[in-house]
Ligand binder design. Structure first.
Ligand code: ASP
Ligand code: ASP
Length: 377
């Protein structure tokens, strides 16, 4: 159900003093910003207006999830935030992904005639190619752009119009956008399902699903594990989504980052209510304790000030020396691309599982596409 379908049933909510942060717009909802108007009455047309609406939709969605519970249906469903998934649903995705492993090797015609549109307003190699490969392996086809620079967006078209147009060309849309909340906005305007392929520094839900799938496959379980994240926990969206997802399990989470790149407060607050979380700035004592070490790149492109980036650049380097005290069956993961956080000498050790992660990304995305498009139940 889209947010606008629900809006009529929603009581008047008082949104005063609720702060939303967006990459390009920080907006404190004012006294007038109370949901009691039809969504169509809101003015559109620029990033600021987009962000404004997204803020309202966000509250509305939180409200409706709270009162109605999360849907168990996958067909036609948007994938915007990992927070919309329950453990049971994640399990179902895992099962479907497993069934995709032989299909990924041979190919299939399950999605013949279906079109996936990939709209990437921000650089990507893996996510876009992985979705495209997944669609092709299921017999579907793909259209899209990888550089918003060359698309009509450059001529000043707003996101809502781009989505309303692409909606008519495709059966499912994957969107990557620098503006937090953009995927949620797109889902509101598209009739076809929208998958968030990365929304600013906020979330990357399909990456979290493939990360979880990898952990489960490599370790045989998720419950009971000690897991460390190292690197940029502030701007890295993959760790935000993965942290939310892990909070559904019985895990201990170690967050290792420079002081200035600590985990976003809103993520921390949410997960701390559910699982033990230990924050550290040094990796040394943590490595011997953990079963999974998830390393991330410092997200240079998201730093408002290059001098701040220079201070933290190269903060953590995982090499054979760093891993000398590690458990024998530790696994090292990375969403990629890596810069210099993991030395090449680690690649040939049994610890390194980041290239398996890439393969798992294909089967997980095949599972999602086939579930959303109704080819698998
Ligand atoms: N920045 C990443 C890349 O180029 C984006 C992604 O793959 O998700 O690979
Ligand atoms: N590829 C991941 C992303 O798009 C991680 C990264 O870029 O560092 O968020």
């Amino acid at each position: 159900m889209s947010a606008s379908d629900m809006i009529n049933d929603c009581p008047v909510l008082d949104l005063r003093n609720i702060q939303f942060s967006f990459t390009h717009a920080k907006y404190l909802l004012s006294e007038e910003a109370i949901i009691q108007t039809q969504i169509k009455d809101f003015k559109l047309g620029n990033a600021f207006a987009d962000a404004f609406i997204v803020g309202k939709l966000f509250i509305l969605e939180m409200y409706t999830n709270a009162v109605s519970g999360v849907s168990l249906e996958f067909e036609d469903r948007d994938i915007i935030s990992i927070k919309d998934f329950s453990r049971e649903e994640i399990n179902h995705i895992f099962k479907t992904a497993k069934s995709m492993e032989p299909i990924a090797a041979k190919g299939s015609e399950m999605l013949r005639g279906k079109i996936l549109a990939t709209l990437f307003f921000e650089a990507s190699t893996r996510t876009r190619l992985s979705f495209e490969a997944a669609m092709h392996k299921l017999g579907g086809s793909t259209i899209g752009f990888a550089e918003a620079e060359i698309a009509s967006v450059k001529k000043g078209e707003n996101l809502a119009d781009t989505i309303r147009t692409v909606d008519k060309y495709s059966n499912v849309i994957v969107l990557r956008h620098p503006l937090e909340g953009a995927a949620r906005l797109a889902a509101e305007f598209a009739e076809v399902p929208v998958i968030n392929g990365g929304s600013g520094a906020e979330e990357h839900p399909t990456q979290a699903l493939l990360d979880l799938y990898t952990i489960n496959k490599e370790k045989g379980r998720i419950d009971g594990l000690k897991i460390a994240f190292a690197g940029d926990l502030r701007y890295g969206r993959t760790v935000h989504s993965l942290a939310y997802a892990l909070s559904l399990y019985n895990v201990e989470l170690y967050l290792v980052s420079p002081e200035s790149l600590k985990m976003r407060r809103e993520v921390l607050q949410t997960i701390k209510e559910k699982i033990p979380v230990i924050e550290k700035t040094s990796l040394e004592k943590i490595v011997p304790l953990v079963d999974v070490l998830y390393v991330t790149r410092i997200q240079k492109e998201r730093f408002p000030d290059p001098a701040e980036y220079a201070k933290v650049k190269g903060s953590y380097k995982i090499n054979l020396q760093t891993l000398s005290e590690a458990k024998k069956d530790l696994i090292v993961l990375h969403p990629l691309p890596r810069v210099d956080e993991i030395a090449a000498e680690v690649d040939n050790t049994p610890y390194a599982r980041y290239f398996q992660q890439v393969w798992n990304g294909i089967v997980v995305r095949m599972a999602l596409l086939s579930l959303i498009l109704g080819a698998t139940k």
